[in-house]
Write a protein of this length. Structure first.
Length: 602
């Protein structure tokens, strides 16, 4: 829910209590495609270790008026300045390990314009955000990796001079998602773009445009207007194909329909085709590049456009290792997606959370499929109904943001969660949420409770969730966390049989440039990692329902509990590429394997 877009003054005054900004219908779909000004750039910042800023009302940004007046803060003189988008950890040494509150502030110019709405769009703030405009608390949001918005039209000052404050807090808590411990850096701050959208009062707030099930040139569209108003004509068109339909809204301001797009070429991995799709109501026109493809499962195969596609995947975190900071710009996306592409992938697992839209859109432009997930990572509070509601909201925000991205093939609901009645209930509820929101994609989850069963002589595991999924994924660290119980060439797998199985993680650590024995894990050598890759690929070739592979991980990444003083120094070294961008020996093993798969090897 966000602020209703029309306020009378009295309603406004009674609503000076904060709104909870959330996703779902409250998000403007395709925010980057709307008329907007960027509020990126240098922001003033005050770290607030003891959380005293609220008591001191720093968000009011007062300046002393008389001789006896003083305030113990200022966003002006000598204030810390931080780049937005950007994490605070990498911008100043004092904040490298900081977990707490930082007050961000900046002025901007904007006036309310009759007939238009001004909407603040935050692409991502880590982890909790409270937003204040001109001294009023106007919104709050929890979750680092999904966007939120607030309509600020009625809060803009009449002289056009506005002061925006964001209280960002990244303290880890047991009820959060992810919870208190996770294997990546807890970057804090306004880590993604901030946009001020300029929308017509009656605008197109949401649309879904995709292929109708079972067809290859029938496009189905659902459009929602910002006001519940019936009888409004809405056009959906693909001008380059000269195809168009005019729909009419129902009383809720919603219109649905289909049209034939003759000559439509499908988007496919490695052969991306995107069309300018125009959605127009009498008051608003929005254009977005959209691709069309079909997805399905046939037994143990994953089908894209009706053809089996083996997933040659890689995972990465939203991190630029060389900068020791969060990836946040299109240039960063070019680096990450480009390095994935060089490996020969047709899919990226964006681990372990929805990554920024630059990454998602670039992957789609380059013809790379995507797996997206929310950070339900290991130790979530499965017994807490508020945590479940949070996960469902994050899922809704992610799907709302990316439902028109044909590159997204998989929504993943959980990573390495251990079976229990509470966990089963939680994950099942999330699966139901995903299916209710989007029936057009494959639902998956990654499991690590698979082991070698001596009695049956197979790798197997018991879990209630896989039967609810379209595609089952397994993280398995043979040769690293688990010793080989038998020769890799002799391993037999029996898990999720009859369904497509992805190995969604495997790997081991190596320090770039370190040579040592290929037989000794504690050599942390490139040779050991290289051998581990060869052994794992040999094992995987014997998994009957294998539908794809996603090694862990593209780049070494920062993780506070990777303590080894010589080999890790705060880095998880499972990267195929080191923290300075050097490709390790195992990179070549994977690259050769993907090239041979690409060229048709079974
Ligand atoms: C996993 C997790 C991943 C970790 C990885 C590791 O299973 O899913 O987030 O980073 O193992 O390196 O241990």
């Amino acid at each position: 829910m966000k602020f209703p877009r029309i306020f009378t003054l009295s309603v406004l005054l009674s609503l000076l209590a904060p709104a909870i900004a959330a996703g779902g219908p409250g998000l403007t779909v395709n925010a980057y495609g709307r008329s907007h000004v960027s509020l990126n750039g240098k922001w003033s910042a005050i770290p607030d270790l003891y959380d005293q800023g609220r008591r001191m009302e720093v968000y009011k940004n007062r300046t002393p008026q008389g001789n006896t007046d003083f305030y113990e803060y200022s966003f002006d003189t000598g204030c810390l300045r931080l780049d937005v988008p950007g994490d605070w950890n990498s911008q100043t040494p004092e904040l490298k390990y900081y977990e707490g509150t930082v007050w961000y502030a900046r002025p901007f110019e904007a006036r309310a314009i009759p007939g238009r709405r001004s909407v603040l769009h935050f692409a991502g703030v880590s982890y909790r955000a409270t937003v204040y405009l001109n001294g009023n608390e106007i919104a709050s949001h929890e979750g680092s990796f999904t966007p939120f918005e607030v309509d600020v039209t009625d809060f803009l000052s009449s002289d056009g001079k506005n002061f925006l404050v964001v209280e960002a807090n990244n303290r880890r808590t047991p009820d959060a998602i992810p919870a208190e411990s996770f294997d990546w850096w807890n970057y804090g701050g306004i880590t993604r773009d901030v946009l001020l959208l300029d929308l017509p009062e009656r605008h197109v707030s949401d649309y879904t445009v995709r292929l109708a099930p079972g067809t290859s040139d029938i496009v189905e569209a659902e459009v929602v207007l910002s006001k519940p108003e019936g009888g409004v004509p809405v056009d959906v068109a693909i001008p380059s194909l000269k195809s168009k339909v005019t729909l009419t809204t129902d009383a809720d301001g919603r219109a649905t329909g289909r049209f034939r797009a003759k000559g439509l070429k499908l988007w496919a991995p490695g052969a991306p085709v995107l069309y300018d799709v125009v959605v127009a109501s009498p008051a608003d026109t929005v254009t977005e590049r959209i691709g069309f493809r079909t997805l399905g499962v046939d037994g143990t195969k994953i089908l894209v456009n009706g053809r089996p596609e083996f997933m040659r995947s890689i995972s990465f975190h939203e991190e630029i290792p060389q900068r020791r900071g969060r990836a946040c710009t299109m240039q960063d996306a070019v680096q990450l997606v480009g390095e994935a592409e060089a490996l020969g992938v047709n899919m990226i697992r964006t681990a372990h959370y929805p990554q920024n839209e630059h990454i998602v859109r670039l992957a789609e432009e380059r013809g790379i499929l995507l797996w997206e997930e929310i950070p339900v990572w290991q130790g979530i509070s499965f017994t807490d109904s508020a945590t479940l509601a949070k996960a469902q909201r994050m899922m809704t925000e992610m799907i709302t943001r990316d439902k028109n991205r044909c590159a997204v093939a998989f929504w993943s609901v959980a990573n390495e969660t251990r079976p229990s009645p509470e966990r089963d209930r939680f994950v099942k509820a999330l699966i139901d949420t995903v299916r209710a929101l989007d029936s057009s994609r494959l639902v998956t989850a990654a499991f690590d409770n698979i082991g070698y069963d001596k009695k049956s002589g197979t790798f197997t595991g018991a879990d209630n969730i896989p039967s609810l999924l379209d595609v089952v994924a397994v993280n398995k660290y043979m040769g690293w966390y688990a010793p080989w119980p038998l020769d890799p060439e002799k391993c037999v797998w029996d898990f999720a049989s009859g369904k497509p199985l992805l190995i969604s993680e495997f790997g081991g650590e190596a320090l770039y440039g370190q040579s040592g024995s290929e037989d000794i894990a504690s050599s942390w050598s490139e040779e050991y990692q290289e051998r581990l890759y060869r052994d794992n690929l040999a094992m995987m070739s014997r998994i009957p329902n294998l539908a794809g592979i996603s090694p862990w991980v593209l780049y070494d990444f920062r993780s506070p509990f990777r303590f080894h003083p010589l080999n890790q120094e705060g880095w998880n070294r499972k990267g195929l590429v080191g923290d300075r961008g050097d490709r390790k020996k195992a990179w070549h093993v994977m690259h050769d394997f993907y090239m041979s798969k690409k060229n048709g090897a079974q």
